[in-house]
Design a protein around this ligand. Structure first.
Ligand SMILES: NC(=O)c1ccc[n+]([C@@H]2O[C@H](COP(=O)([O-])OP(=O)(O)OC[C@H]3O[C@@H](n4cnc5c(N)ncnc54)[C@H](O)[C@@H]3O)[C@@H](O)[C@H]2O)c1
Length: 371
């Protein structure tokens, strides 16, 4: 069994989720010939790093991410820090010859993201980006249905990622609003729905965007008022290389919405619909049903769908958010031990970022932008 030394940077929301997945993966999946070894956890907050390392099962902790990258026991550097730190951390890891697992969005701009992909390809290291929702068995199932031609030729994609974590105007300014880290809602969550659009329907070649900042000022942690320079909500019309057309929306001020990653893919023979708030089901309509009995069928996740069975032998018992990360980590370990190459890698994440950048440019310049 190949042992992969893990160095995790960041111990917040995603740091914990990654650690939970690394701890779970070998017990759930028996089809991988690599096992993760939790070597070292880095966080800028040294006591937090020590606490998290102890709670999550890492052997050591540090406040210095450079030391983590230099550590000879670390083979995979896992970056779960705010967006503006992804690039310097990833480039340093690549320069040290380490494989890199990085959270989305990969970088503040597509140019940065392509530079990171170039560096990784030149160094011959593998890269993995945490677009978690792509690993939901029901999204893999959606891909299978579309690929098989069951809903015919895809003519339309309608996608939405809506949450309300910034809807309250008294909610303070955070690193998510730091323009040094890139754009706002369209990058933070819009990148997820764009990753799904690309996975299911292929390359996006043209966009027409609209962006808006709904809460123009917010308080910082220090109590000062600062201007919000990024978008709170965004939408775009899309044109795919296949000829299909579509739209996406992203909002972090969508009052009442907690985790709506919803989409509808319409084909010439059927339609498939999904909403992450009900992440264990897909709605499928296939044309040609008996008159008076036509309708969408609800398909619940189960062992017949990719990667569900190792969690649970019974259908309809439901997987959760951290299970998608465990499936993601399984795919990383498989890729590192010579199996199927992982997607999305840095190059695909750079293409997603290019779509985000194009939507913002289109909105600012009030014109269609080609990719
Ligand atoms: N895939 C998903 O579903 C998903 C969900 C949430 C967040 N994310 C992404 O994950 C990343 C982190 O988001 P989060 O919600 O976990 O943020 P968070 O604020 O909860 O955690 C960030 C962590 O990074 C640490 N950190 C900051 N600067 C550091 C430094 N210089 N050195 C070491 N540690 C440092 C912080 O102390 C904190 O522990 C972001 O890129 C975000 O977009 C992805």
């Amino acid at each position: 069994m190949q042992r992969i030394g893990i160095g995790l940077i960041g111990s917040g929301f995603m740091g914990r989720s990654h650690a939970i997945a690394f701890r779970a993966v070998s017990g759930i999946f028996s089809d991988i010939s690599a096992t993760p070894v939790l070597e070292i956890l880095a966080d800028i907050d040294a006591p937090a790093a020590e606490r998290a390392a102890g709670a999550l099962g890492f052997a050591r902790s540090t406040a210095d991410w450079h030391a983590l990258i230099a550590d000879p026991a670390v083979h995979l550097v896992d970056i779960t820090t705010p967006n503006r730190l992804h690039k310097p951390m990833a480039l340093a890891a690549i320069a040290a010859g380490k494989h890199v697992y990085c959270e989305k969005p990969l970088a503040p701009t597509a140019a940065d993201a392509h530079e990171m992909a170039d560096a990784a390809e030149a160094a011959g290291v593998q890269t993995f980006v945490g677009f978690s929702y792509l690993k939901n068995p029901m999204i893999a199932f959606a891909h299978e249905v579309i690929d098989s031609g069951e809903i015919g030729e895809v003519v339309s994609f309608r996608g939405l990622h809506a949450e309300d974590y910034m809807a309250d105007p008294t909610q303070p300014w955070t690193w998510r609003m730091d323009p040094a880290g890139g754009h706002g809602a369209i990058a933070d969550i819009g990148s997820h729905i764009l990753s799904i659009a690309r996975y299911l329907c292929g390359d996006i070649v043209e966009v027409s965007g609209q962006i808006a900042t709904v809460v123009p000022e917010r308080r910082t942690a220090g109590g000062e008022t600062t201007q919000v320079l990024v978008d709170d909500q965004a939408r775009a019309l899309l044109r795919f290389a296949s000829g299909a057309t579509g739209s996406v929306e992203a909002s972090w001020v969508a009052t009442g919405r907690k985790m709506t990653i919803a989409f509808e893919v319409t084909g010439t023979k059927g339609t498939l619909a999904f909403d992450q708030e009900r992440m264990n089901e897909v709605q499928l309509y296939v044309a040609g049903q008996r008159r008076g009995r036509e309708g969408f069928k609800t398909i619940l996740s189960g062992p017949a769908h990719p990667h569900y069975a190792p969690f649970c032998p019974a259908p309809g018992h439901h997987l959760g958010f951290n299970d998608m990360k465990t499936i993601e980590v399984r795919a990383i370990l498989a890729s590192l031990s010579g199996g199927l190459a992982f997607q999305p890698d840095f190059r695909e994440a750079a293409r997603i970022q290019a779509t985000v950048d194009a939507i913002v440019a289109s909105a600012r310049e009030r014109r269609w932008v080609s990719l």
